[in-house]
Design a protein around this ligand. Structure first.
Ligand code: FES
Length: 313
């Protein structure tokens, strides 16, 4: 993040469709993206996707046990290849015209099973994949620096709580579609206010809370949805893996919270987080420039200075 704090946050950052279009190449395709947990893709053929606005990601575990990432967009006419999660996939097949790739992204068949013509072997677009503890990250740029550089504060928070990331598993992933722009969610989880004890923000759309007493880690992820005034608010709860349990013995609880659904107690999610996300549903994205004052935390100014840099480049 930049050392030079922003003093003004442009209103169009929250409400202008052009800004969303600029974020795609300048931000999401140049940033490590949290896709899921290793528990979501523990077995060969497990697949999961996460979309960041116009940047769709997919991670799959191959028959060789290796995790690979691809752009979740068919190279033929752009349809998504995976929606949500999948299990026991032996191939990646687009539902539109059934072009098919193996789990390493090599084209196996084209229109409705027709053989691939020599010279037209169009692979899936690969992403770089790295893990940290039970978290799986992807990056669009093959030359990206290691993910550990990008999540240094997050890792420090977890380790300062005396928690070994290698000993964690994913308990749950709760996703909530909410209103407003994704940056409103980030601002809200950064600022003093409704969720005061969320710790460092990273990447820049993650926040982390680590509880040394229980050994649990809560990661909050904000993502742009398909329009400028919709966003996803996701909560991943990580907990100590029970002694003797191997990765793959456990499936996380996945919940997509609809309008008035209660968050299940077994998800282990702080209801305050969900209440915060839902409070954004009717929020109108700011359109006026906002001047930061002494009451705003320095992290908020640093975030927007960082965005200033990224979006200008
Ligand atoms: S859009 Fe995917 S096969 Fe045509």
């Amino acid at each position: 993040m930049s050392d030079t704090a922003a003093t003004t946050i442009p209103g169009r950052r929250y409400s202008d469709r052009q800004t969303v279009l600029e974020e795609d190449p300048r931000l999401w395709r140049r940033t490590w993206l949290l896709v899921a947990s290793t528990d979501h893709v523990a077995h060969p053929g497990d697949v999961i996707e996460a979309r960041y606005g116009l940047a769709p990601t997919l991670v799959v575990r191959g028959a060789d046990g290796r995790l690979r990432g691809f752009e979740n967009q068919c190279p033929h006419q752009g349809a998504p290849l995976c929606l949500g999660t999948g299990e026991a996939w032996s191939e990646i097949k687009c539902n539109n015209h059934q072009w098919t790739w193996d789990l390493a992204g090599r084209l196996q068949a084209v229109d409705f099973g027709a053989p691939v013509t020599p010279g037209q072997e169009i692979p899936l677009r690969p992403l770089v994949v790295e893990t940290w503890g039970p978290l799986v990250f992807a990056h669009f740029d093959a030359g990206a620096p290691p993910v550990t550089e990008a999540i240094a504060d997050l890792a420090a928070t977890v380790e300062a709580a005396g928690i070994d990331p290698a000993g964690l598993r994913c308990r749950s992933l709760v996703q909530v579609l909410t209103g407003g722009n994704w940056k409103s969610l980030v601002d809200g989880t950064t600022a003093i206010g409704p969720i005061p004890d969320l710790g460092p923000r990273q990447l820049p759309n993650l926040a982390v809370r680590a509880d040394g007493a229980t050994g649990t880690v809560t990661i909050v992820r904000a993502r742009p949805y398909v329009s400028v005034d919709r966003a996803m608010f996701d909560v991943l709860v990580l907990e100590p893996r029970p002694a003797g349990e191997a990765p793959g013995d456990h499936r996380p609880l996945d919940v997509n919270l609809k309008k008035d659904d209660e968050v299940p107690a077994e998800a282990g999610v702080d209801p305050e987080l969900i209440a915060f996300a839902r409070a954004q549903v009717g929020a109108v994205p700011p359109s006026e420039d906002r001047v930061l004052g002494p009451g705003d935390p320095p992290e908020l100014a640093a975030l927007h200075a960082w965005l200033d840099e990224k979006l200008a480049g």
